[in-house]
Design a protein around this ligand. Structure first.
Ligand SMILES: Cc1cc2nc3c(=O)[nH]c(=O)nc-3n(C[C@H](O)[C@H](O)[C@H](O)COP(=O)(O)O)c2cc1C
Length: 359
């Protein structure tokens, strides 16, 4: 895998629809420089068929978010090849093929976990992705589908995709149950099965395996890093992004910013973005003080606010003069002369959250 940096670092932040968008990734990058970031699942067909402008929006990747992996979904080799070629032009470091999504849509479309039941088709998709863009390609999969014997099922699948050129494997270490469970239920049941993942890893010693599923503490990540080439964190990164900073600091000697600096960074960034993006930015930043006094209140205040200026006002501060215009390119205004964000973070009436959390 060419992503030497990412694989060496061993920390991967999962592809998550509605979470791993541009803004979520921005926060994660701030907290853990060097970790490998994944996009939300993106349909290869959407990439291949989009007009130039739409495609540029769909695949936009700021340089600061590298190393970054575009996750593609699809079952048609020709479409995948075209999408991969276009992705390579946008600066992605690697591609990842979704072979784990258990949704009905994925089942109907023949992609996601459905591809695990068709190793030869999965291999053709991987081969096409490799050929299209020349980028490294990894595969994200489960340990098995439905009641298949996990060891032989996963081994057969891995043999096929490795032969087709997959350079790394990300294993969400539980089987996908295609009937009767929603995708959300499929992330908590059945129980994790690390043993199968380890057995299969040993059978393919040249293929780095990144383990995924249920990682929620730095200790947990440390233990798994001693057994696999990398760890991939999903829900915990969205709920408690500070966990990423802890892992990056403890395991890789990174020097992340403080929670407060990260929040400030996200507010400054929000001001530079179109107002319609605020909700996603606020949701991404909302977990920064997870588990700390006032953390829940901060998340709720961010969620209720209609923009940065409204957030500052709802937090009980006097109205800023001149007013901050969200999306109006007023980043300079905030940055200059200390600005309002600086004032906000120094605490004050009605803002006990920051007084409590300013560590
Ligand atoms: C809201 C949400 C959206 C997700 N979207 C994707 C996706 O687009 N592609 C994918 O491969 N997995 C997706 N997943 C699964 C995660 O990548 C991950 O495999 C799963 O959540 C297990 O890891 P965790 O226990 O660390 O969350 C999603 C998970 C969540 C919670």
């Amino acid at each position: 895998m060419v992503l030497e940096n990412g694989v060496a670092l061993g920390l991967h932040i999962a592809p998550m629809m509605g979470r791993s968008h541009l803004h979520g990734r921005r926060l994660w990058r701030m907290l853990c420089p060097g970790a490998v970031l994944y996009t939300e699942m993106t349909a290869a067909a959407a990439v291949a068929r989009a007009g130039e402008d739409a495609r540029r929006r769909l695949l936009f990747l700021p340089l600061s978010q590298k190393p970054a992996v575009l996750q593609l979904a699809g079952d048609d080799a020709q479409t995948m090849r075209a999408a991969a070629a276009l992705a390579a032009e946008c600066g992605y470091d690697a591609l990842n093929i979704n072979c784990g999504c258990p949704s009905e849509r994925a089942q109907r479309g023949g992609f996601g976990a459905r591809l695990m039941t068709q190793p030869l088709r999965a291999a053709a998709v991987v081969r096409a992705a490799r050929a299209g863009g020349g980028l490294p390609v990894s595969v994200k999969c489960r340990t098995a589908v439905d009641d298949a014997d996990a060891e032989s099922f996963l081994s057969e699948f891995v043999a096929a995709v490795a032969d087709a050129g997959a350079g790394a494997l990300i294993v969400h270490a539980r089987r996908a149950l295609l009937a009767g469970l929603s995708p959300a239920q499929n992330r908590s049941a059945p129980p994790l099965d690390l043993q199968t993942a380890e057995i299969v890893r040993a059978r393919f010693p040249g293929l780095p395996m990144i383990i995924n599923g249920g990682i929620a503490t730095a200790e947990n990540a440390r233990e798994l890093l001693s057994r696999f080439e990398g760890v991939m964190v999903g829900r915990a990164a969205a709920r408690n992004p500070w966990l990423l900073a802890e892992i990056a600091r403890r395991e890789f000697g990174a020097r992340p910013p403080s929670r407060m600096e990260a929040l400030r960074g996200m507010l400054e960034y929000a001001v530079s973005q179109p107002p319609g993006e605020w909700r996603k930015i606020a949701a991404a930043a909302g977990g920064l003080f997870y588990g700390m006094p006032g953390g829940g209140e901060l998340r709720r205040t961010l969620a209720r606010a209609r923009g940065v200026s409204d957030f500052i006002l709802s937090a009980g501060f006097p109205p800023p003069t001149p007013p901050i215009k969200d999306g109006g390119g007023c980043l300079q205004q905030i940055k200059m002369g200390g600005g309002y964000c600086e004032n906000v973070f120094e605490g004050g009436a009605g803002f006990g959250i920051f007084a409590a959390c300013a560590v």
